[in-house]
Design a protein around this ligand. Structure first.
Ligand code: ATP
Length: 374
């Protein structure tokens, strides 16, 4: 359909930088979610793409066309906001039809598009109801239908689920998932909710402080964060981090890392990093056992609780430092008892002092010989 390219795009509000100088291309016909904590600049970026906010500097292109100076109307985009934009006092059908009337489409084409979008969003039973008879989630579906029926090349969503009642969130999320899978448009979707982004996105753009930290497929972003921020922000709870001491480069050309959490030192390829590095692991990758084993270290069980997903979250401590472990089965151990934790080397990630991922460990050293990561 159409790519969206932003070039050296920057936005300041009275001297406060909301968007750093950004360069990025949103892929055509894909759903890209802008994800990040409140205030990181997601909405500002989306509004600049829509033409609702003027950039301080930089340019925006839809395909090859420079749209930086075009009004929102002339950009031919569909937009869905946090609160549904619908007309009260008229039917669902008529709400969807109104924008098509101003486009002067033939009646048969209007009817075809409206029926199509009503079916895609499961609004058949409400089509002839007055909009005021609908709940918030259904009204938001109508707002989505209005944006989609015009068939713009680009559709922008600004947190469309945020203000829907908790009980209807799932219904709307499912409807949007089904819809976006069928659409061929380029979609940019703003959310601060990681589950929503994970469910809907082909690619997630993770933002922090007006900048893009990483752009990746949801699973890759979760499993391969390029920055400690991605490890921390994604996941519930986020990644565990602990400090590891870095030996000087050893003769094999590798660097050796040691930590009380590691039964065996691990090896890294590459230049020496003097002093300390940060090691990360997802809590669900920490193995917890009741019995000792050569690759596990003894830890004190500090706390255990159950998660929303029915797994168990354990907090364990080694030499005063704590980690969280997410396990499928309840442990029979009580607080202050000893458990053994193993951190599989293939699940470990190493970050430098600035929080950027360096690389994966290559091997662990056991009894003087290396055990390579497959
Ligand atoms: P949220 O999820 O809370 O909406 P966000 O990631 O969408 O957050 P933005 O709303 O884009 O973030 O805000 C980015 C920064 O720009 C924030 O510091 C915000 O206070 C500031 N900002 C946004 N709009 C304006 C404005 N109209 N005037 C002044 N500052 C603004």
């Amino acid at each position: 359909m159409s790519t969206i390219k932003i070039v050296n795009l920057r936005k300041e509000f009275k001297g406060n930088v909301a968007i750093e100088q950004l360069n990025f291309e949103f892929a055509s016909s894909q759903v890209t979610c802008l994800l990040g904590p409140s205030g990181c600049g997601k909405t500002t970026l989306l509004r600049m793409i829509a033409g609702l906010e003027t950039p301080t500097s930089g340019d925006i292109y839809f395909g090859d066309e420079r749209v930086t100076d075009l009004s929102p109307r002339r950009r031919n985009i569909g937009m869905v906001f946090q609160y549904p934009v619908v007309y009260r006092g008229i039917s669902v059908y008529r709400n969807i039809e109104l924008p098509l009337l101003s486009e002067k489409l033939p009646a048969a084409e209007r009817k075809r598009r409206i029926s199509n979008v009503i079916e895609m969003l499961g609004l058949q039973d409400s089509a002839h109801k007055d909009i005021t008879q609908l709940d918030n989630a259904a009204r938001q579906k109508v707002a989505v239908a209005r944006a989609v029926a015009r068939q713009p090349k680009i559709i922008l969503f600004d947190e469309p689920i945020t203000n829907v009642d908790t009980s209807s969130k799932l219904v709307l999320k499912r409807a949007l998932k089904e819809l976006t899978q069928q659409l061929k448009q380029t979609i940019v979707y703003v959310t601060h909710d990681q589950t929503e982004a994970m469910t809907l996105a082909d690619r997630i753009v993770l933002m922090k402080d007006g900048d893009i930290v990483q752009c990746d497929a949801p699973r890759s972003l979760y499993l391969q964060p390029e920055d400690t921020f991605g490890g921390w922000f994604l996941g519930n709870p986020g990644m565990d981090f602990f400090a590891a001491q870095c030996d000087a480069r050893i003769d094999t050309g590798h660097v050796r890392l040691r930590s009380p959490f590691l039964a065996e030192p691990i090896l890294l390829e590459g230049p020496a990093h003097a002093g300390e590095l940060t090691v990360g692991i997802r809590p669900e990758h920490v193995k917890v056992s009741h019995t000792p084993s050569p690759r596990a270290v003894a830890a004190r069980l500090v706390d255990k609780s159950i998660t929303v997903g029915g797994q168990y979250l354990l907090t364990v401590e080694v030499q005063g430092e704590r980690l969280k472990a997410k396990v499928e089965h309840q442990t029979g151990k009580s607080a202050d008892e000893t458990v053994w934790i193993e951190l599989p080397i293939e699940r470990l990630m190493v970050f430098d002092a600035a929080g950027e991922r360096i690389h994966h460990p290559l091997a662990a050293i056991a009894n003087g010989s290396e055990r390579r990561v497959d």
